[in-house]
Ligand binder design. Structure first.
Ligand code: P6P
Length: 333
């Protein structure tokens, strides 16, 4: 179904944008629209808590670790609670697969959608005032509405995403998402409590002059990766790496560039998680004309085995990803 050709003007509120796009689908029941609103609402609450983090005792770790064995920051937990609560109240989600929880959390057993989420990625950067982000993927459950929700409902390839997106809590807070008909960005205006369309129909530049990778791990990179990085330096490309995935990706989406997180000695499967970090960004970048692979295949084609599995991750401008592949095609991932 072709989406309406009428481009909505910059400044359109998120609510109006969602409503207009829903009208393009006569059989739409409004459930996905409501789910997107629920996520946007939780983003407003998390944004408020992040912005006052310096004033209230919510910075720092809580002494527990998540499934990844990483110290859980207080804001990680708060963000997970906020998103879970918003989705529970919204009623459109049967279960949530969250980075913060080992298993899926079943919330509304008869609901149609399942959400995979990293409530607050890059949270170790909060203490130093670096941008952090929320990443989410939305799928239709595979099981019947009357059946028991199971982990299989979450273990779907990224191609099955109904929607994917992120919220970047930076110098301003922006929600970027796709439902498979292009990518749009909405900047949050806290004084009005509204998101406004600020980046309509986002397209990543075909090529770019930025490469993003943690070169501290260079001793453990494959020869193909090292040769590609040498070419980037020979060409005088700029190295930009914040150590916060959503911030690094968003910059490259706007300016063009490539982000690389290869397999290393410390992360033999790569560090980034397939379900709720790689897949949402891969859906967005492909909708914006870019590419995302694990070094061998499209990220969206990978069938997950486990909720928290990791993947090598190469994402960005199509010409840069293609050129990288020429260097790494003989590497074993
Ligand atoms: P490294 C943050 O912890 C994160 O999950 C991503 O946001 C970021 O891209 C990556 O890890 C940074 O990892 O190993 O370079 O510190």
């Amino acid at each position: 179904m072709e989406q309406s050709r009428i481009a909505l003007p910059i400044g359109t509120t998120l609510d109006r944008f969602i409503k207009k796009k829903q009208e393009d689908f006569p059989f739409a029941t409004g459930e996905l629209s409501q789910l997107l609103r629920d996520l946007a609402l939780a983003g407003k609450v998390v944004n408020r808590e992040i912005n006052k983090a310096g004033l209230v005792d919510i910075i720092g770790t809580v002494g527990t670790q998540n499934i990844q064995g990483e110290d859980q920051q207080k804001l990680d937990i708060l963000a997970d609670i906020r998103f879970s609560r918003a989705l529970q109240k919204g009623g459109e989600v049967c279960a949530i697969a969250s980075e913060e929880n080992e298993n899926i959390n079943i919330i509304n057993p008869q609901a149609k959608y399942i959400v995979c989420i990293d409530p607050l990625d890059g949270s170790s950067n909060i203490n130093v005032n670096v941008s952090v982000g929320t990443l989410f993927s939305i799928y239709r459950r595979k099981s019947e509405l009357t059946d028991q929700v199971s982990i299989q409902d979450a273990l779907q390839p990224g191609q099955n995403q109904v929607a994917g997106g992120y919220i970047l809590y930076g110098s301003s807070t922006i929600l970027v998402y796709t439902t498979g008909n292009g990518v749009n960005g909405f900047t949050y205006e806290p004084s009005l409590g509204e998101y406004f369309l600020s980046h309509p129909d986002m397209i990543i530049p075909e090529n770019g002059s930025i490469y993003s990778i943690n070169e501290g791990a260079s001793p453990h990179f494959s020869d193909g990766i090292l040769d590609y990085l040498s070419l980037c330096k020979k060409r005088g490309l700029s190295s930009r790496y914040i150590g916060s995935l959503v911030a690094d990706f968003h910059r490259n989406l706007l300016k063009g560039g490539i982000f690389l997180y290869p397999a290393t000695k410390f992360y033999p499967e790569g560090k980034l998680r397939l379900l709720y970090e790689c897949n949402p960004l891969a859906f967005i970048v492909e909708q914006a004309g870019g590419k995302a692979t694990n070094g061998e295949k499209c990220i969206l084609d990978i069938l997950p085995d486990t909720l928290h599995q990791r993947s090598p991750f190469f994402i960005g401008s199509p010409k840069m990803v293609d050129e990288l592949h020429n260097f790494i095609k003989h590497d074993r991932f």
